[in-house]
Design a protein around this ligand. Structure first.
Ligand code: ADP
Ligand code: MG
Length: 269
């Protein structure tokens, strides 16, 4: 996609929430697929030692010789760590459990908070012409997540439509504020997206109401419904957009991509 109003280099978005199981990986994979479907070129960076995004996009553990760990701590070449996926226009830098030790190794590294920032701004990045980089963060506010926030233009927060959903959000926002004050002045909140939404469930509606009351415009209009096709897709190593293109889940991620693309155009024009 050549958009003359677009700033140089990809827009980098960290998909973050320190709670596990809220839909970070699902959102990273499927938003990436939806952005690709709408004409963008997208790189997913798997920053979670669990490597769920890598598995969900069909990168076997045996094929993960070079990973995010090597990118951050071993100065690996981009061409070695970037793996193509079955979806044309989408690539991933995969992760393995090795990454779980990175958090500790980073502590003794002087440039510890800027490793991902620097890796994603190396000149070789330009050759890929990515429009977006989506970083799938671990379920923690550790140094890996801080690396993601420092490397990013914005943070996208999946919020599970469950009891206690908003709990912990203030801590996440505090981390964003700290990163802004210290290392990345321009870090934005891309938005908060309600995930696993069940319209028939009063609790889902209550969470939506609370989120919109407290966070206002930060909450995306699009809600991602709880949809069994979404949860099945990773075991077929596919985004739901490929696994079941007409499912409610696929449609919702397309809507989310549209909201993000529209915002991007309105903020860069
Ligand atoms: P996280 O990365 O935040 O830990 P995941 O994206 O792995 O969360 O999602 C947690 C679980 O919920 C996974 O089993 C996933 O398949 C399931 N899930 C996520 N989003 C949906 C959805 N919209 N509908 C149904 N299941 C979902
Ligand atoms: Mg995950």
């Amino acid at each position: 996609m050549s958009d003359p109003t677009r700033p140089k280099g990809p827009k980098i978005i960290a998909v973050a929430n320190q709670k596990g199981g809220v839909g970070k990986t699902t959102t990273a994979i499927n938003l990436a697929a939806a952005l690709v479907e709408q004409g963008s070129r997208v790189l997913v960076v798997d920053l979670d030692p669990q490597g769920n995004a890598s598995t969900g996009l069909g990168i076997d553990t045996a094929d993960r010789e070079y990973t995010t760990y090597d990118l951050l701590l071993d100065d690996a070449d981009l061409k070695d760590v970037v793996h193509l996926t079955a979806t044309e226009g989408m690539a991933i830098i995969p992760a393995t459990v090795d990454l779980s030790s990175a958090d500790i190794e980073l502590i003794s590294n002087e440039k510890r908070s800027f490793l991902l920032h620097d890796a994603l701004r190396q000149p070789a990045m330009d050759e890929y012409h990515w429009d977006f980089v989506l970083i799938d963060c671990p379920p923690s506010l550790n140094l890996l997540t801080v690396n993601a926030m420092i490397a990013s233009h914005s943070v996208l927060i999946p919020l599970q439509s469950e009891f206690f959903a908003l709990e912990g959000l203030s801590q996440l926002m505090l981390t964003v504020r700290e990163v802004r004050q210290t290392a990345n002045r321009n870090l934005r909140i891309e938005g908060v997206v309600l995930t696993m939404f069940d319209a028939r469930n009063n609790l889902s509606q209550q969470v939506e109401q609370d989120a919109r009351d407290n966070l206002g415009e930060l909450v995306f209009e699009t809600k991602i419904p709880r949809n069994v096709r979404v949860s099945e897709a990773p075991s077929f190593a596919q985004p739901v957009l490929d696994y079941d293109p007409t499912s409610k889940g696929a449609e919702a991620y397309r809507d989310l991509a549209r909201e993000i693309l529209n915002k991007r155009i309105s903020t860069t024009a």
